[in-house]
Design a protein around this ligand. Sequence first.
Ligand code: ADP
Ligand code: MG
Length: 346
Amino acid sequence: MANIELIDIKKNYGPVPAVKGINLVVADGEMIVLVGPSGCGKSTLLRMIAGLESITSGHLKIGGRDVSRVEPAERDIAMVFQNYALYPHMSVRQNLEYGLKNRGFQRDDIARRVTDAAAILEIEPYLERRPRQLSGGQRQRVAMGRAIVRNPAAFLFDEPLSNLDAKLRVQMRVEIRKLQKRLGTTSLYVTHDQLEAMTLADRLVVMNGGRIEQIGTPIDVYERPETLFVAGFIGSPPMNLVDLDKIGGAVTWPGLPPNTDVVGIRPDAFSLTQNTANSVPLTGMIELIEPIGGESHLHIVIEGSSQTVIAAHAGRSPLSEGETATWHVNPADLHCFNKSSGQRTD
Ligand SMILES: Nc1ncnc2c1ncn2[C@@H]1O[C@H](COP(=O)(O)OP(=O)(O)O)[C@@H](O)[C@H]1O
Ligand SMILES: [Mg+2]
């Protein structure tokens, strides 16, 4: 096992920068999730760590050893891809054995490793089948099996669950997390799905435009997003970002920090009862109600403005579409930002 150290890593495709200087240490045994929108450089970064893509500048260390210029096979890393990358003409067993044979492992050792991995992943009944005779979830398990048998210093996952349907994705997500905890293998996991990121990560790395926006535990990032981008990206439904210029005097805010021109409010921070004397009142009309089962999402047009916010209420909506009401927000639940810097001001 080992830690992974990224020191000012950059990638240019010709003149175009895709990764603009990443500094990060993945601790031994830690599961870090890189999350960000499509095109922000996640796969490029992962591929540079795997050695599938050259590093334009910066350094990569695995277990303290500088491997920036080392061949992929010499990096002791296993990567799991979205498309599984299984050999279609080989059985599951042969797929699992292949990388080990190539690396010159002894026959008994290979047999033992394949048996162990198959037991861990519960794929013993399918060992003699071809990949096309398996379901998507089973194929994904085989792809993970191929990583596990090598017992590498680290696992790299690039959106491994994207090809699965929603229900299976949730199930496999739980399995990956349990497996990673059980094996204790240092892991970097890439996804564009913020919920997947929140539930899998020891620490989240939120990326945008080839840069890191924020690093922290999922709860820390959720509770205190440091930038407007992170505020809007993490959380579902997303945080309401109220533009003070557009809302004029429609809401009376408490003393906001200097340079604040956007105020963020999570949907669950709205209350129809006033819980503190200094709460912020927001009056608005309910334009639409979305019942999603455990909660209802109320789309509210703030009175005296054209801004809409979403409030989440537990269970059924206490009010109907078209009604006007006043909600209260605790000042501690306001997130203050500056639009032009994109940074938090409080
Ligand atoms: N082989 C390549 N040649 C040129 N540009 C590339 C190549 N691979 C990726 N890019 C560009 O680099 C940026 C980051 O891509 P990528 O790492 O695949 O993003 P993500 O995985 O976050 O969706 C994108 O703008 C993409 O178009
Ligand atoms: Mg990608």
